[in-house]
Design a protein around this ligand. Structure first.
Ligand code: SF4
Length: 441
Protein backbone atom coordinates (compact mmCIF):
# COMPACT_ATOMS: atom_id res chain seq x y z
CA UNK A 1 0.00 0.00 0.00
CA UNK A 2 1.48 3.34 -1.06
CA UNK A 3 2.26 6.06 1.46
CA UNK A 4 1.59 3.79 4.41
CA UNK A 5 2.68 5.22 7.75
CA UNK A 6 1.51 2.86 10.48
CA UNK A 7 3.23 4.91 13.18
CA UNK A 8 1.65 8.22 12.13
CA UNK A 9 5.10 9.80 12.29
CA UNK A 10 4.73 12.14 9.31
CA UNK A 11 1.63 13.76 10.79
CA UNK A 12 3.31 14.11 14.16
CA UNK A 13 6.42 15.71 12.70
CA UNK A 14 4.12 18.11 10.82
CA UNK A 15 2.22 18.96 14.01
CA UNK A 16 5.36 19.46 16.04
CA UNK A 17 7.49 21.07 13.30
CA UNK A 18 7.46 24.47 15.00
CA UNK A 19 8.66 22.96 18.20
CA UNK A 20 11.47 21.20 16.39
CA UNK A 21 12.49 24.24 14.38
CA UNK A 22 12.03 26.96 16.98
CA UNK A 23 13.56 25.15 19.90
CA UNK A 24 16.15 22.97 18.19
CA UNK A 25 14.79 19.55 19.10
CA UNK A 26 16.25 16.92 16.75
CA UNK A 27 14.21 14.09 15.21
CA UNK A 28 14.86 10.81 17.00
CA UNK A 29 14.44 8.80 13.81
CA UNK A 30 17.84 9.95 12.56
CA UNK A 31 19.55 8.00 15.36
CA UNK A 32 17.71 4.72 14.97
CA UNK A 33 20.36 2.93 12.95
CA UNK A 34 22.88 3.40 15.77
CA UNK A 35 20.67 1.53 18.25
CA UNK A 36 21.03 -2.21 18.36
CA UNK A 37 17.61 -3.18 19.69
CA UNK A 38 15.52 -0.02 19.85
CA UNK A 39 12.50 0.08 22.13
CA UNK A 40 9.15 -0.04 20.31
CA UNK A 41 8.57 3.61 21.27
CA UNK A 42 11.73 4.40 19.30
CA UNK A 43 10.92 2.14 16.32
CA UNK A 44 7.43 3.55 16.04
CA UNK A 45 8.25 7.25 16.28
CA UNK A 46 6.49 7.52 19.65
CA UNK A 47 9.77 8.87 20.97
CA UNK A 48 9.95 11.47 18.27
CA UNK A 49 12.61 13.95 19.34
CA UNK A 50 15.72 14.35 21.42
CA UNK A 51 18.33 16.75 22.67
CA UNK A 52 21.92 15.58 22.91
CA UNK A 53 21.10 11.86 22.77
CA UNK A 54 24.21 11.27 20.64
CA UNK A 55 26.26 11.45 23.85
CA UNK A 56 24.19 8.65 25.36
CA UNK A 57 24.73 6.51 22.28
CA UNK A 58 28.48 7.20 22.36
CA UNK A 59 28.56 6.13 26.01
CA UNK A 60 26.54 2.99 25.26
CA UNK A 61 28.87 2.07 22.39
CA UNK A 62 32.03 2.64 24.43
CA UNK A 63 30.53 1.32 27.65
CA UNK A 64 31.88 4.43 29.32
CA UNK A 65 28.95 4.95 31.69
CA UNK A 66 25.74 6.93 31.46
CA UNK A 67 22.62 7.42 33.52
CA UNK A 68 18.89 7.71 33.00
CA UNK A 69 16.56 9.62 35.29
CA UNK A 70 12.98 10.77 35.37
CA UNK A 71 10.41 11.65 37.97
CA UNK A 72 6.80 11.03 38.93
CA UNK A 73 4.55 13.42 40.80
CA UNK A 74 2.56 11.39 43.33
CA UNK A 75 -0.74 13.17 42.92
CA UNK A 76 -3.03 10.58 41.35
CA UNK A 77 -3.13 7.08 39.97
CA UNK A 78 -0.38 5.61 37.84
CA UNK A 79 -1.78 5.36 34.32
CA UNK A 80 -0.57 4.38 30.88
CA UNK A 81 1.07 7.81 30.38
CA UNK A 82 3.27 7.30 33.45
CA UNK A 83 3.98 3.75 32.30
CA UNK A 84 5.63 5.16 29.17
CA UNK A 85 8.23 7.01 31.24
CA UNK A 86 8.77 3.90 33.38
CA UNK A 87 9.26 1.74 30.28
CA UNK A 88 11.87 4.19 29.00
CA UNK A 89 13.79 4.29 32.28
CA UNK A 90 13.78 0.50 32.45
CA UNK A 91 14.94 0.13 28.84
CA UNK A 92 17.91 2.42 29.47
CA UNK A 93 18.71 0.56 32.69
CA UNK A 94 18.76 -2.68 30.71
CA UNK A 95 21.12 -1.00 28.22
CA UNK A 96 23.58 -0.44 31.07
CA UNK A 97 22.50 2.96 32.41
CA UNK A 98 22.61 3.85 36.09
CA UNK A 99 18.88 4.40 36.65
CA UNK A 100 17.25 7.02 38.89
CA UNK A 101 13.52 7.31 39.55
CA UNK A 102 12.36 10.23 41.63
CA UNK A 103 9.07 10.52 43.48
CA UNK A 104 8.49 14.26 43.28
CA UNK A 105 6.69 14.67 46.59
CA UNK A 106 7.96 18.24 47.12
CA UNK A 107 6.39 19.21 43.81
CA UNK A 108 3.17 17.43 44.65
CA UNK A 109 2.97 19.08 48.08
CA UNK A 110 3.88 22.59 46.95
CA UNK A 111 2.05 22.70 43.62
CA UNK A 112 -1.03 20.56 44.30
CA UNK A 113 -1.25 20.97 48.08
CA UNK A 114 -1.22 17.22 48.68
CA UNK A 115 -0.46 16.29 52.31
CA UNK A 116 2.91 14.60 52.89
CA UNK A 117 1.34 11.38 54.15
CA UNK A 118 -0.68 11.01 50.95
CA UNK A 119 2.37 11.85 48.78
CA UNK A 120 4.21 9.01 50.52
CA UNK A 121 1.38 6.52 50.20
CA UNK A 122 0.65 7.33 46.55
CA UNK A 123 4.36 7.32 45.75
CA UNK A 124 4.84 3.82 47.12
CA UNK A 125 1.52 2.16 46.35
CA UNK A 126 0.90 3.57 42.90
CA UNK A 127 4.26 4.50 41.40
CA UNK A 128 7.09 2.54 43.00
CA UNK A 129 5.19 -0.74 42.96
CA UNK A 130 4.37 -0.40 39.27
CA UNK A 131 7.91 0.66 38.42
CA UNK A 132 9.30 -2.50 39.97
CA UNK A 133 6.52 -4.65 38.53
CA UNK A 134 7.39 -3.37 35.05
CA UNK A 135 11.01 -4.47 35.49
CA UNK A 136 13.02 -1.74 37.26
CA UNK A 137 15.96 -3.39 39.01
CA UNK A 138 15.91 -1.75 42.43
CA UNK A 139 19.16 -3.41 43.41
CA UNK A 140 21.10 -1.68 40.64
CA UNK A 141 19.02 1.49 40.47
CA UNK A 142 17.95 4.35 42.73
CA UNK A 143 14.40 5.19 43.78
CA UNK A 144 13.95 8.14 46.13
CA UNK A 145 11.54 10.69 47.52
CA UNK A 146 12.76 14.26 47.01
CA UNK A 147 12.01 15.25 50.61
CA UNK A 148 14.20 12.42 51.99
CA UNK A 149 17.23 13.30 49.97
CA UNK A 150 19.57 15.72 51.75
CA UNK A 151 22.19 15.52 49.00
CA UNK A 152 19.56 16.51 46.43
CA UNK A 153 18.36 19.44 48.51
CA UNK A 154 21.91 20.72 49.02
CA UNK A 155 22.44 20.58 45.27
CA UNK A 156 19.13 22.36 44.64
CA UNK A 157 20.20 25.17 46.95
CA UNK A 158 23.46 25.51 45.06
CA UNK A 159 21.72 25.54 41.66
CA UNK A 160 19.37 28.22 42.97
CA UNK A 161 22.33 30.59 43.08
CA UNK A 162 22.38 30.78 39.28
CA UNK A 163 18.64 31.13 38.53
CA UNK A 164 16.52 34.17 39.27
CA UNK A 165 12.84 34.98 39.55
CA UNK A 166 12.55 36.77 36.16
CA UNK A 167 13.87 33.72 34.41
CA UNK A 168 11.50 31.37 36.22
CA UNK A 169 8.57 33.60 35.56
CA UNK A 170 9.44 33.77 31.83
CA UNK A 171 9.63 29.98 31.58
CA UNK A 172 6.83 28.89 33.90
CA UNK A 173 4.62 31.97 33.81
CA UNK A 174 5.06 32.57 37.55
CA UNK A 175 3.41 35.71 38.81
CA UNK A 176 3.72 37.44 42.18
CA UNK A 177 1.26 35.10 43.89
CA UNK A 178 3.22 31.90 43.26
CA UNK A 179 4.48 30.47 46.53
CA UNK A 180 8.18 30.31 47.32
CA UNK A 181 7.82 26.55 47.88
CA UNK A 182 6.53 26.12 44.35
CA UNK A 183 9.65 27.91 43.06
CA UNK A 184 11.88 25.82 45.28
CA UNK A 185 10.28 22.69 43.87
CA UNK A 186 11.47 23.77 40.40
CA UNK A 187 15.14 23.96 41.43
CA UNK A 188 14.71 20.65 43.23
CA UNK A 189 13.63 19.18 39.89
CA UNK A 190 16.69 20.72 38.22
CA UNK A 191 18.74 19.03 40.94
CA UNK A 192 16.95 15.70 40.29
CA UNK A 193 18.24 15.85 36.73
CA UNK A 194 21.83 16.74 37.64
CA UNK A 195 22.15 14.57 40.74
CA UNK A 196 23.33 11.42 38.87
CA UNK A 197 26.49 13.35 37.99
CA UNK A 198 27.54 13.95 41.58
CA UNK A 199 30.76 12.31 42.75
CA UNK A 200 28.74 10.04 45.05
CA UNK A 201 27.27 8.46 41.91
CA UNK A 202 30.52 8.25 39.98
CA UNK A 203 30.89 11.88 38.86
CA UNK A 204 30.07 13.68 35.61
CA UNK A 205 28.53 11.56 32.89
CA UNK A 206 25.91 11.80 30.12
CA UNK A 207 22.40 11.50 31.56
CA UNK A 208 19.19 11.09 29.57
CA UNK A 209 15.81 12.28 30.80
CA UNK A 210 12.88 10.55 29.10
CA UNK A 211 9.91 12.92 29.20
CA UNK A 212 6.80 14.03 27.37
CA UNK A 213 7.33 16.75 24.80
CA UNK A 214 5.66 19.34 27.06
CA UNK A 215 8.62 19.13 29.46
CA UNK A 216 11.10 20.67 27.04
CA UNK A 217 11.21 24.15 28.70
CA UNK A 218 12.24 22.45 31.91
CA UNK A 219 14.96 20.47 30.15
CA UNK A 220 16.26 23.62 28.43
CA UNK A 221 16.48 25.43 31.74
CA UNK A 222 18.36 22.54 33.36
CA UNK A 223 20.80 22.37 30.44
CA UNK A 224 21.45 26.09 30.87
CA UNK A 225 21.96 25.66 34.59
CA UNK A 226 24.39 22.77 34.00
CA UNK A 227 26.42 25.04 31.70
CA UNK A 228 26.31 27.96 34.18
CA UNK A 229 27.66 25.74 36.95
CA UNK A 230 30.79 24.95 34.94
CA UNK A 231 34.04 26.69 35.90
CA UNK A 232 35.29 26.69 32.30
CA UNK A 233 33.67 27.02 28.91
CA UNK A 234 35.24 24.76 26.26
CA UNK A 235 34.39 25.54 22.64
CA UNK A 236 35.58 24.79 19.16
CA UNK A 237 36.40 28.01 17.29
CA UNK A 238 37.88 29.06 13.98
CA UNK A 239 40.84 31.40 13.44
CA UNK A 240 39.85 33.34 10.32
CA UNK A 241 43.31 34.83 9.80
CA UNK A 242 45.18 31.54 9.94
CA UNK A 243 42.31 29.48 8.50
CA UNK A 244 42.66 27.02 11.34
CA UNK A 245 40.25 25.68 13.94
CA UNK A 246 41.23 25.67 17.61
CA UNK A 247 39.75 24.91 21.03
CA UNK A 248 39.07 27.86 23.27
CA UNK A 249 38.92 27.36 27.06
CA UNK A 250 37.68 30.33 29.05
CA UNK A 251 37.53 30.49 32.82
CA UNK A 252 34.05 31.56 33.92
CA UNK A 253 34.03 30.92 37.64
CA UNK A 254 37.41 29.29 38.10
CA UNK A 255 39.89 30.45 40.69
CA UNK A 256 43.43 31.45 39.71
CA UNK A 257 44.67 28.17 41.25
CA UNK A 258 42.25 26.07 39.20
CA UNK A 259 43.25 27.92 36.04
CA UNK A 260 46.93 27.37 36.71
CA UNK A 261 46.35 23.68 37.43
CA UNK A 262 44.61 23.38 34.07
CA UNK A 263 47.44 25.15 32.22
CA UNK A 264 49.86 22.74 33.84
CA UNK A 265 47.84 19.65 32.95
CA UNK A 266 47.01 20.43 29.31
CA UNK A 267 49.79 18.74 27.37
CA UNK A 268 48.71 20.20 24.05
CA UNK A 269 50.23 23.03 22.00
CA UNK A 270 48.57 26.12 23.45
CA UNK A 271 48.54 29.86 23.89
CA UNK A 272 47.88 31.03 27.43
CA UNK A 273 46.26 34.38 28.13
CA UNK A 274 44.72 35.94 31.23
CA UNK A 275 42.27 33.22 32.43
CA UNK A 276 41.91 31.96 28.88
CA UNK A 277 43.67 29.22 26.88
CA UNK A 278 43.60 28.46 23.15
CA UNK A 279 44.59 24.90 22.28
CA UNK A 280 46.08 25.02 18.78
CA UNK A 281 47.49 22.82 16.03
CA UNK A 282 45.06 19.97 16.57
CA UNK A 283 44.38 17.66 13.66
CA UNK A 284 40.83 17.47 12.34
CA UNK A 285 38.47 15.87 13.15
CA UNK A 286 38.49 17.26 16.67
CA UNK A 287 36.37 14.58 18.34
CA UNK A 288 38.99 12.65 20.34
CA UNK A 289 41.06 15.71 21.32
CA UNK A 290 37.95 17.64 22.33
CA UNK A 291 36.80 14.78 24.49
CA UNK A 292 40.23 14.39 26.11
CA UNK A 293 40.41 18.13 26.82
CA UNK A 294 36.87 18.13 28.25
CA UNK A 295 37.90 15.27 30.56
CA UNK A 296 40.98 17.14 31.76
CA UNK A 297 38.91 20.29 32.36
CA UNK A 298 36.25 18.32 34.26
CA UNK A 299 38.97 16.71 36.39
CA UNK A 300 40.28 20.14 37.37
CA UNK A 301 36.76 21.41 38.12
CA UNK A 302 36.08 18.49 40.45
CA UNK A 303 39.38 18.94 42.21
CA UNK A 304 38.67 22.62 42.87
CA UNK A 305 35.13 22.19 44.19
CA UNK A 306 33.13 22.35 40.93
CA UNK A 307 30.78 19.84 39.31
CA UNK A 308 31.99 19.44 35.71
CA UNK A 309 28.43 18.73 34.60
CA UNK A 310 27.55 17.34 31.18
CA UNK A 311 24.45 19.02 29.82
CA UNK A 312 21.62 16.53 30.34
CA UNK A 313 20.18 14.86 27.24
CA UNK A 314 16.47 14.22 26.76
CA UNK A 315 14.15 12.08 24.70
CA UNK A 316 10.66 13.37 23.98
CA UNK A 317 7.66 11.15 23.48
CA UNK A 318 4.35 12.18 22.10
CA UNK A 319 1.18 11.67 24.08
CA UNK A 320 -1.63 9.22 23.65
CA UNK A 321 -5.05 10.69 23.14
CA UNK A 322 -7.62 10.20 25.87
CA UNK A 323 -9.84 7.17 25.26
CA UNK A 324 -12.84 9.48 24.93
CA UNK A 325 -11.03 11.61 22.29
CA UNK A 326 -9.17 14.80 23.21
CA UNK A 327 -6.65 14.83 26.02
CA UNK A 328 -6.30 12.30 28.81
CA UNK A 329 -7.46 13.94 31.99
CA UNK A 330 -7.35 12.77 35.58
CA UNK A 331 -10.74 14.42 36.11
CA UNK A 332 -12.29 12.16 33.41
CA UNK A 333 -11.67 8.55 34.53
CA UNK A 334 -13.10 7.23 31.24
CA UNK A 335 -10.28 8.99 29.36
CA UNK A 336 -7.41 6.95 30.84
CA UNK A 337 -6.56 3.50 32.10
CA UNK A 338 -4.91 3.23 35.51
CA UNK A 339 -2.54 0.33 36.07
CA UNK A 340 -4.20 -0.22 39.43
CA UNK A 341 -7.84 -0.39 38.34
CA UNK A 342 -9.68 -3.74 38.09
CA UNK A 343 -8.72 -5.44 34.80
CA UNK A 344 -12.37 -5.85 33.82
CA UNK A 345 -12.93 -2.07 34.21
CA UNK A 346 -9.90 -1.38 32.03
CA UNK A 347 -11.21 -3.78 29.38
CA UNK A 348 -14.66 -2.15 29.52
CA UNK A 349 -13.07 1.27 28.90
CA UNK A 350 -11.39 -0.11 25.79
CA UNK A 351 -14.75 -1.41 24.55
CA UNK A 352 -16.24 2.07 24.97
CA UNK A 353 -13.24 3.94 23.53
CA UNK A 354 -13.46 6.30 20.58
CA UNK A 355 -12.37 4.61 17.35
CA UNK A 356 -11.52 5.82 13.88
CA UNK A 357 -14.34 3.73 12.44
CA UNK A 358 -16.90 4.92 9.90
CA UNK A 359 -20.55 5.52 10.66
CA UNK A 360 -21.85 2.35 9.00
CA UNK A 361 -20.39 -1.11 8.38
CA UNK A 362 -20.89 -0.59 4.67
CA UNK A 363 -18.81 2.63 4.72
CA UNK A 364 -16.15 0.93 6.81
CA UNK A 365 -15.84 -1.78 4.14
CA UNK A 366 -15.86 0.66 1.27
CA UNK A 367 -13.65 3.46 2.65
CA UNK A 368 -11.66 1.68 5.34
CA UNK A 369 -11.16 2.98 8.88
CA UNK A 370 -8.97 5.79 10.16
CA UNK A 371 -6.43 4.13 12.47
CA UNK A 372 -4.50 7.43 12.69
CA UNK A 373 -7.44 8.85 14.65
CA UNK A 374 -8.31 5.72 16.59
CA UNK A 375 -7.58 5.50 20.33
CA UNK A 376 -7.86 1.69 20.21
CA UNK A 377 -5.18 1.51 17.53
CA UNK A 378 -3.02 3.75 19.71
CA UNK A 379 -3.40 1.41 22.67
CA UNK A 380 -2.33 -1.50 20.48
CA UNK A 381 0.62 0.39 19.02
CA UNK A 382 1.86 2.06 22.23
CA UNK A 383 1.30 -0.73 24.73
CA UNK A 384 -0.30 -3.97 23.70
CA UNK A 385 1.48 -5.39 20.65
CA UNK A 386 5.24 -5.80 20.56
CA UNK A 387 5.72 -7.19 17.06
CA UNK A 388 5.93 -4.51 14.37
CA UNK A 389 4.72 -6.94 11.69
CA UNK A 390 1.54 -7.62 13.61
CA UNK A 391 0.70 -3.97 14.19
CA UNK A 392 1.37 -3.13 10.55
CA UNK A 393 -1.09 -5.84 9.52
CA UNK A 394 -3.75 -4.30 11.76
CA UNK A 395 -3.11 -0.88 10.23
CA UNK A 396 -3.33 -2.22 6.69
CA UNK A 397 -6.44 -4.29 7.35
CA UNK A 398 -8.14 -1.31 8.96
CA UNK A 399 -7.26 0.97 6.04
CA UNK A 400 -8.49 -1.64 3.58
CA UNK A 401 -11.85 -1.99 5.35
CA UNK A 402 -11.13 -5.57 6.37
CA UNK A 403 -11.65 -5.05 10.09
CA UNK A 404 -14.71 -4.18 12.10
CA UNK A 405 -14.27 -1.91 15.09
CA UNK A 406 -16.35 -4.25 17.24
CA UNK A 407 -14.02 -7.22 16.84
CA UNK A 408 -10.95 -4.97 16.92
CA UNK A 409 -12.03 -3.44 20.24
CA UNK A 410 -12.78 -6.88 21.61
CA UNK A 411 -9.29 -8.02 20.72
CA UNK A 412 -7.72 -4.90 22.30
CA UNK A 413 -9.91 -5.27 25.40
CA UNK A 414 -8.73 -8.87 25.89
CA UNK A 415 -5.10 -7.82 25.54
CA UNK A 416 -5.65 -4.95 27.99
CA UNK A 417 -7.37 -7.26 30.48
CA UNK A 418 -4.48 -9.69 30.47
CA UNK A 419 -1.83 -6.94 30.58
CA UNK A 420 -3.42 -5.28 33.65
CA UNK A 421 -4.04 -8.61 35.35
CA UNK A 422 -0.46 -9.78 34.88
CA UNK A 423 0.84 -6.37 35.92
CA UNK A 424 -1.15 -6.51 39.13
CA UNK A 425 0.22 -9.97 39.91
CA UNK A 426 3.71 -8.55 39.40
CA UNK A 427 2.82 -5.68 41.74
CA UNK A 428 1.95 -8.20 44.44
CA UNK A 429 5.36 -9.79 44.06
CA UNK A 430 6.98 -6.32 44.09
CA UNK A 431 5.54 -5.71 47.59
CA UNK A 432 7.93 -8.28 49.04
CA UNK A 433 10.86 -6.70 47.23
CA UNK A 434 9.90 -3.28 48.58
CA UNK A 435 9.68 -4.50 52.15
CA UNK A 436 13.33 -5.47 51.96
CA UNK A 437 14.07 -1.85 51.08
CA UNK A 438 12.10 -0.46 54.00
CA UNK A 439 8.98 0.70 52.13
CA UNK A 440 5.63 -0.38 53.50
CA UNK A 441 3.60 -1.28 50.43
FE1 SF4 B 1 -9.62 1.46 15.13
FE2 SF4 B 1 -9.70 -1.14 14.78
FE3 SF4 B 1 -11.79 0.37 14.09
FE4 SF4 B 1 -9.54 0.45 12.68
S1 SF4 B 1 -10.88 -1.30 12.93
S2 SF4 B 1 -10.73 2.19 13.35
S3 SF4 B 1 -8.01 0.19 14.27
S4 SF4 B 1 -10.98 0.03 16.17
Amino acid sequence: MKGIDPWGVSGIIRDYRRLFEDFGISPFNDLLERIDKPHRYMRRGIIMGHRGYEEILNAMERKSGFAVMSGFMPSGRIHLGGKMVMDEIIWHQQMGGDAFACIADMESHSVRGIPWSRCRETGVKEYILSLIALGFDIERGHIYFQSDNKRLLDLAFELGTVVNFSEMSAIYGFSGDVSISHMISVVVQNADILQPQLLEYGGPKPVVIPVGIDQDPHIRLTRDIAARMRMFRVEKRYNEREHKPYISIRAKHASKEAFEALVHRLEYPKKVYEMHIDVIDIDEPFGAAMEDIENIVRGVELEYGGYGFFMPAATYHRFMQGLTGGKMSSSIPESYIALTEPPEDAAAKVRRAKTGGRVTAEEQKRLGGLPEECTVYELLMFHLIEEDKHIKEIFEECKAGKRTCKSCKSHAAELMFSFIKTHQEERERAKDVLKEYGYDA
